[in-house]
Design a binder for this molecule. Structure first.
Ligand SMILES: NC(=O)C1=CN([C@@H]2O[C@H](COP(=O)(O)OP(=O)(O)OC[C@H]3O[C@@H](n4cnc5c(N)ncnc54)[C@H](OP(=O)(O)O)[C@@H]3O)[C@@H](O)[C@H]2O)C=CC1
Ligand SMILES: O=C(O)[C@@H]1CCC=N1
Length: 364
């Protein structure tokens, strides 16, 4: 089988399998590709779980000839656990509805559409603001102001409203469930500080998943974590992995960790923007044109993040030390950042965000 397939970017099938260390997962979307993947272990004469997905770095995707056998869609880079294979046939049964058509719903919708994980005709958004409905309709998804219409047309319901609106929309969900007892919904909440217990309000049998994504869903580079309640099945897990995996990195964590995820990566883009804004302003102060300073600041963050992700075994302090030449410019700057409490400010800020999510879980 392999003699008929070439591996540009990989010297051999053996090399392909060795790339597992990159922990980048690939969802194969048709049966031919699944057969190809399943055949790998015997061709390599060693065992790879037939349910685990072979891996390769995203940069290799464009030259990855498995495309000849079908569409391969890269999902997440979960370093924590092996993903299961989710095929298109299974996803064909998934129809996604959103309560709330704000920033995050748009980011997730675009993430899903960009990866072609779900066809636009299988996506519904219930949003009260007409201007937002009109904006989202341009994506080809169906929009409505009527929650029941969205629920009737969907089986996986994302709660993407502000946390204080969740009890209101859950009442709708409960009424719908009572009137449609044969349809079981999967409720996926992305709302900060709303726990699994609250998501099951009105129906203790409800299947609920709590996800904490961030806005980088929009560009397929989110850092998200999720946790499921006990009513969820393995299939539900695979559905959320496929949906959120197509928006970026995804890992499963215990529910007690979700508030920390919220403080770190849910809110995280804001901290990084603040840093980039400051770097950009500093460049302007030193005489660089604004556009040049902005671009340099953004690309510096992107490049540093890429290097750190590609060298997971190298301590971040070591990566920093490699930039700090003895007696040079960087160490002079690092001394100021240490002196002004840069790291402890970040640590305390993330603790504050985590505490805030915990506070919201308790009473709002
Ligand atoms: N922003 C972020 O980066 C992240 C946000 N989250 C979580 O995602 C959730 C959504 O956040 P975000 O997208 O930023 O918020 P937005 O305010 O942008 O979006 C929420 C939308 O829901 C609409 N809405 C209000 N009530 C209803 C209702 N009953 N039915 C349907 N739509 C309704 C709102 O309208 P109106 O404006 O009129 O109220 C608004 O357009 C929050 O719970 C947040 O904790 C999670 C991770 C990251
Ligand atoms: O600020 C917030 O509450 C939301 C949750 C994570 C990011 N934004």
């Amino acid at each position: 089988m392999f003699s008929r397939l070439t591996f540009p970017g990989f010297r051999s099938a053996e090399r392909f399998a060795d790339l597992s260390k990159f922990s980048t997962y690939c969802y194969i979307r048709d049966q031919k590709s699944v057969s190809f993947i399943r055949a790998l272990p015997s061709a390599l004469n060693r065992s790879i779980s037939s349910r685990s997905i072979p891996l390769c770095p995203p940069e290799a995707l464009s030259s990855f000839t498995v495309r000849k056998a079908g569409r391969a869609v890269f999902g997440n880079r979960p370093d924590l656990r092996t993903r299961s294979l989710v095929t298109t046939s299974k996803m064909n049964d998934v129809s996604v509805g959103f309560y709330g058509g704000g920033m995050m719903a748009e980011a997730i919708l675009k993430g899903l559409l960009n990866r072609k994980t779900i066809a636009p005709q299988n996506m519904w958004v219930c949003e009260l603001v007409q201007a937002r409905r009109e904006e989202l309709a341009k994506l080809g998804v169906s929009v409505t102001a009527d929650g029941e219409e969205m629920l009737s047309n969907s089986n996986t319901i994302f709660l993407a409203v502000k946390p204080n609106i969740v009890p209101i929309v859950l009442e709708d969900v409960t009424n719908f469930e009572k009137q449609n007892r044969r349809k079981q919904l999967l409720v996926v909440s992305i709302c900060a500080g709303v726990d699994l217990g609250s998501l099951a309000a009105g129906n203790p049998r409800r299947k609920c998943i709590r996800v904490m994504p961030n806005q980088a869903c929009l560009v397929g580079e989110a850092a998200s974590s999720f946790t499921l309640n006990k009513k969820c099945t393995q299939e539900d897990r695979e559905v959320v992995e496929t949906l959120m995996g197509s928006c970026g990195l995804l890992s499963e964590v215990p529910e007690k960790s979700i508030n920390a995820v919220t403080g770190l990566s849910g809110s995280g883009p804001a901290y990084v923007y603040m840093m980039m804004e400051a770097m950009s302003d500093a460049g302007v102060r030193e005489g660089l044109p604004r556009a040049v300073a902005r671009q340099l600041a953004c690309q510096t963050v992107l490049g540093a993040a890429k290097m750190a992700l590609e060298q997971p075994d190298v301590h971040l302090g070591e990566l920093r030390n490699r930039v700090e030449s003895p007696g040079g410019t960087t160490i002079a700057a690092s001394a100021i950042l240490e002196n002004r409490g840069f790291r402890s400010a970040v640590i305390e800020a993330i603790r504050e965000a985590t505490n805030r999510a915990e506070e919201m879980s308790k009473k709002e």
